[in-house]
Structure formats: structure tokens, C-alpha cells
Ligand binder design. Sequence first.
Ligand code: GLU
Length: 437
Amino acid sequence: MGNKKNQPDDQIFTDAIGRLDQAFEQDHLDPEVLERLKYPRAALQVSVPVRMDDGSLRVFEGYRVRYDDSRGPGKGGIRFHPNVSLSEVKALAFWMTCKCAVVGIPFGGAKGGITVNPKELSRLELERLSRGFIQQIADFIGPETDVPAPDVYTNSMIMGWMMDEYSKIRRQHTPAVITGKPIPLGGSLGREDATGRGAYYCIKELESRRNWKPEKVRVAVQGFGNAGQHVAHLLHGDGYRIVAVSDSQGAIYKPDGFDVASLMYMKNESRRLKAVYCDGSVCESVDAQQLSNAQLLELDVDLLIPAALENQITVDNATRIQAPVIVEVANGPTTSEADKILNAQGTLVVPDILANAGGVTVSYFEWVQNKAGYYWPLKEVHAKLHTIMQREFGNVHNMMQHHGTDMRTAAYMLALSRIGDAISAQGTDRYFSAENR
Ligand code: GLU
């Protein structure tokens, strides 16, 4: 067995893989499977020199981690954020591995990122950075090896630049190398709102199991990026009361609920030009009480949706979380220590690897359409996404009840059994042991 010691700054990753042991305790998994899943298969660190608009040169650090490919090519987004580190990218790639297994799509897990505050770059600088990153990782990715996608602060336009750069390097139009592309460049209908929609389908499952009346359900959404906006919009359309939303600048609160379409307009369109990044902040809304992001998490609401970054619910605030149900649209918003507190409080947490899997599911549809060269109508995308989310929510929910565990552990058990089946199909020590040889 290998060296289990991680670097001191490897804390996010160490916390992430700690969840494996919890799921393992509950189920009879092969120890070899567990051991394999504690280490990424390959990690690439690159530097990307970019000529800035003023003529100076800046060098950015980036990463791509392929975590596991037992079930298919690596799959996972590329994040542009000042806090991106190798530890974070490894954790995110591990979560992608489990996520793809939970929804049963034929991918392993991967992730990438560049340490940058993209809001400080001009559009031309951003394009040069995106293309430069692909130049550095082109040999590491590919439609059959590792397929990137958007993540925090990257979007369809950036995916289009990246696909174009890869196609130029290969001298071959290769849309299936990346998903989340603009529609005219081979993107799938329904990919833009897929993460929010997948979470919405999970919430509809809770609604029917718990007999919720949407008008009575007060919802707080932390993070008003792609996923947060779409889940809020879909819920609002069904009559849910979206009482609080936030972005990186702060939160707004209105007990009788917001008109989500107006908030989206204000955040995305109210500026002269629709930018690659949203310039406006939700905090500019006038007729609402202003709160901090931390206060939003602790509001007296019925449903809390963290849809921003990891490590938001920690030992420091978990006891003050009042919402009885949390649906994790962000990756890793709850630390494992906080999980224990929430479980003891009886809070139901629909875990990230299930709740936010709608995005990668429609990415899978996009990849299939690119490879087939045949594109589906929106209705078909929605119907297929709904079928998968409903089925896997049901599987995780049944597993939770059957084993008397929390929903996150149940989701990991389901993921590990599927990854384990793929690994075991190639033979483990039981097959290769001396007495069987
Ligand atoms: N970045 C998204 C996630 O964390 C989507 C990944 C993908 O579509 O490959 O799930």
C-alpha cells in the first residue's frame, strides 16, 4: 500500500478523499478499489505565458488532473479563479469521478484550472490565456482521453476558443474534445442551464416525497452564477419563494421573495454590452435588505442552495445553519466535519455529486452528439436528463434508507460500487491470488 501522507497544503484533497473511508465502512467494497481511488492517475502542471495588452508578459500557472479512467475518458471542467491550486483541482477531479459514476455516464473524472482573477483581464488577454492553456495541455486531453468543460468563471465562449485551438493543433475539427461549447460550434441545446436543471429535478423529487407546497418553501441561493441563476429561475417558475441570493460582493434578502427574472436581467444584461463576465452585482438591487454571504447561509429558510465555491459550511457555522434541507449545487460546499454536525442536527443534505450532476450529464449528451454528428432537439435533452436525475436520485435515496445512512454516504456507496465493478472486471487480488493462478 502506498504513501498516504499528503502535503500540508493538500487539505481540500485530503478532506475530499476522507469520504471514501466513510462509504467503505458501510459497504463490502474491495480494499483495492479504495486504495486506487486515493490517488489521481496523472497530474499536469503548466505555465502559460501571456502577452498582455500593454505589451508586458505575465505567466499564469495552470493544472489538469485526470483522476480515474476506469469507467471511461476523464471528464470535468476548467476553472479560472485566483484560489486555484493543485490540491483543489485534485479534489475537484476526484468529485468528478464519483459524480460521473453516480449518474452512470461512461466517464472517469478530471478537472483543470488556472490561478487567475479573470475579471482583471481584457477579453483579448482572456482569449490568449485560454488558447495558451490548451497549447500546454493538448497532449494530455482528447475526445477519448480527457474531455474538459466550463466551471467557475469559464463559459461557452471560452470553451469555443479552446476547441478551436485544439482543432488547429490537431489540424482536424474536433468538437468532441470539449463540452459546453456555443451552439454554432457544436454545443448541445440545454447545456447552458443543465447544472441548475439537474438540481431542480432533484428538488422536484424531494417535493413529491415530502409533499411540499412550493409557495410555502422559502429558498436561499448562495452564488448567482450559471447554476445558481438557473435553479432559482426554474424553482421560481413553479412558485417557490426565492427569498435570498448572493454573489461574490454580498447577499440580498426579501422575505416575500424576489422576481428571479429581474435579478438575472440586472446581473447579466443591464450593462451597456453583455460582457464575457457579469459586471453588475446582485447587491445593486435597491428594495432588499443587504446581508453578507455568511449571513445568507444562516437564514431561517426551508431550503438552502449553496451554489458558489467549496468550504462554505464548516465547523464554524454548521450549528447555526437553520435550513432543514440543503441541496449542494456547488462542488464541495460542506466540509466533512461540518457534515457530521449537520447529520446530528437532522439536516438532509442532497450531496454535490448527485445534485450538480446535471451539467456533466448534458456534457455527455454533447459529446455523444459531436461523435455522431447528429444533434437532438431540446425536448429530447430535457427528457433524457430528467430520466437520469430521477432514476439516480431514487437509487441514492433508496440506498440511504436501506443502509440507514446520510444521503452523501449513500451517493458515495453507489459511486464506489459502480467504479468498483469496472475495476474488478479487470481482476483484483482475489482473482490473481496464488491459489487461483
Ligand atoms: N464543471 C461542471 C461540474 O463540476 C461540469 C463538468 C462537465 O460538464 O464536464 O460538474
